[in-house]
Design a protein around this ligand. Structure first.
Ligand SMILES: *Cc1c(COP(=O)(O)O)cnc(C)c1O
Length: 405
């Protein structure tokens, strides 16, 4: 076993060596521009791009013509939301989204609101982080033109009832955008069955290269139109100008193909390792709480709050394991995760949370090591905590009158 261990697979994933191998020829020998129509270099590049487009479309049950390449899911979210708002301005300006979306969605919607270009409803989630389809239905007004709800959450892994939301959107004739970055390649995704009109996803979250992603844009029932956000050569059917990064696209295609072929096997392995990690930690450490849905959750996700322990201190104590804490380091303050707060997790427990993100290349030995380390460090930190000592002695901490400084 090699240290450090990477258990932060929601933030990015290591590239699969098989993906790299397919990319390599496209950097030097096959360097053509896919938009060059009149020579063999261009044709070879175009052929590679179109073959990747097919691999990507197949994974989500789309038509290859419905795939628009972008630089990643952040750009896809921006293009979908701003593109729809601009294109359908006469129909209305209201967006329905949720409070636990990724910043790429939330900040895009907030930016449009700030410029007076949109109005928005941010739906709450239940204690497991799930959006209620009925809440979506009730939030619809005459001015609603877009519903943007994520498939699976990047912090707690909770999977939303996307199919039900898609059905409501269709029934009401409203476009449905889904940020599926954490779900595509990990759980089955079918844009037809789920009633999705626009969908964002990214290569580097599924063992592909960084810097490439896609926006699925429905072509039929209905034919979705979006205003381009970049002016230029009119690539990608006019929706996203810019020379295509052929090697990255080839890698993205291969990454999707591997996910499709290995999803069943990977999922079973990940669930077994994740459940063992969860059970071992919970058994050894009292007052540890699971965040997110107990079952309707991504296979590789485990988010736990350890009462009386600062997540940041816990991470400092385990520098040989790469993990994320539920505290987002913003410019001046250490703020607890807005996702955990939206579930109703208190500030203290939100600051005590750790996200374990398991992926394709993690091993059982790494999980064993992680259990041992987490139990050791949490126990040590608690032994040093006066609050934990008081709680153990039966003092009701809420009743304590703290002395003023
Ligand atoms: C990672 C992530 C993004 C951003 O993707 P990039 O390709 O890094 O821009 C957006 N949404 C979700 C849910 C993510 O997990």
């Amino acid at each position: 076993m090699k240290l450090p261990i990477f258990l932060d697979n929601h933030s990015t994933t290591p590239m699969d060596p098989r993906v790299l191998e397919t990319m390599l020829p496209y950097f030097v020998e096959k360097f053509g521009n896919a938009a060059s129509r009149n020579h063999a270099f261009g044709w070879a590049a175009e052929e590679a791009v179109e073959s990747a487009r097919k691999q990507i479309a197949k994974l989500i049950k789309a038509d290859p013509k419905e795939i628009v390449f972008t630089s990643g899911a952040t750009e896809s979210d921006n293009l979908a939301i701003k593109g729809v708002l601009e294109m359908y301005r006469e129909k209305g300006d209201h967006i329905i989204t949720s409070s636990t979306e990724h910043r790429a969605v939330l900040d895009t919607v907030k930016s449009l609101e700030g410029k007076g270009k949109a109005t928005a409803t941010y739906l709450p989630v239940d204690k497991f982080g799930m959006v209620s389809p009925e809440d979506v239905r009730n939030a619809i007004t005459e001015k609603t033109i877009l519903i943007s709800i994520m498939l699976a959450n990047n912090e707690i892994g909770t999977i939303n009832p996307v199919k039900e939301i898609g059905k409501i959107a269709k029934e009401k004739g409203i476009l449905f955008h889904c940020d599926a970055t954490q779900g595509v390649g990990k759980i089955p995704v079918d844009v037809q069955e789920m009633g999705i009109d626009l969908m964002s996803f990214s290569a580097h979250k599924i063992y592909g290269p960084k810097g490439v992603g896609a926006l699925y844009v429905r072509k039929k029932n209905p034919r979705v139109r979006i205003a381009s956000q970049m002016d230029g050569g009119g690539h990608e059917r006019g929706m996203r100008s810019g020379t295509l990064p052929v090697p990255l696209i080839v890698g993205f295609g291969k990454a999707c193909e591997l996910c499709e072929q290995e999803m069943v096997k990977d999922t079973a392995r990940l669930i077994a390792m994740r459940d063992r990690l969860e059970a071992s930690i919970m058994k050894a450490l009292e007052e540890s709480y699971l965040n997110g849905h107990p079952t309707t959750r991504l296979p590789g996700n485990l988010n736990i709050s350890f009462a009386y322990v600062e997540g940041e201190s816990l991470l400092m104590g385990m520098k040989d394991i790469a993990l994320s804490s539920g505290s987002a380091c913003t410019s001046a303050t250490l703020e607890p995760s807005y996702v955990l707060r939206a579930l109703g997790v208190g500030t203290d427990l939100a600051h005590s949370s750790i996200r374990f993100g398991l992926g394709r290349f993690n091993t059982n030995d790494e999980i064993d090591y992680t259990v041992k380390k987490v139990v050791e460090v949490v126990t040590r930190l608690r032994e040093m905590s006066p609050l934990y000592e008081m709680a153990k002695e039966g003092v009701d901490l809420k009743s304590v009158q703290w002395a003023a400084h």
